[in-house]
Ligand binder design. Structure first.
Ligand SMILES: [Zn+2]
Length: 83
């Protein structure tokens, strides 16, 4: 999958198979209104906030050590947006 490719909810489910919490959270983000973007980056992904702030992006590894901790980190980051 080439870098920059925007992943659908289905692609996220496949990619994060085995990471229940993280996979569900990422799918919730792409289904949110307005939606976040989850783009392929290396082996993992980078998420982009709909606010458009160039600094409001986060890279997420493809095989985090701990599913719950990875999900918590992404959730905290997503909630930090105040726009
Ligand atoms: Zn934001």
């Amino acid at each position: 999958m080439r870098d920059g490719h925007g992943l659908s909810a289905d692609e996220i489910r496949k990619k994060y198979k085995g990471y229940k919490e993280l996979g569900e959270l990422l799918r919730d983000l792409v289904k949110a209104s307005p939606p976040w973007q989850v783009r392929a980056q290396g082996h993992g992904v980078r998420i982009y906030c709909p606010c458009g702030d160039p600094e409001h992006t986060l890279s997420v590894p493809s095989t985090p050590r701990d599913d719950a901790n990875a999900a918590k980190r992404v959730r905290r980051f997503a909630e930090r947006c105040h726009s």
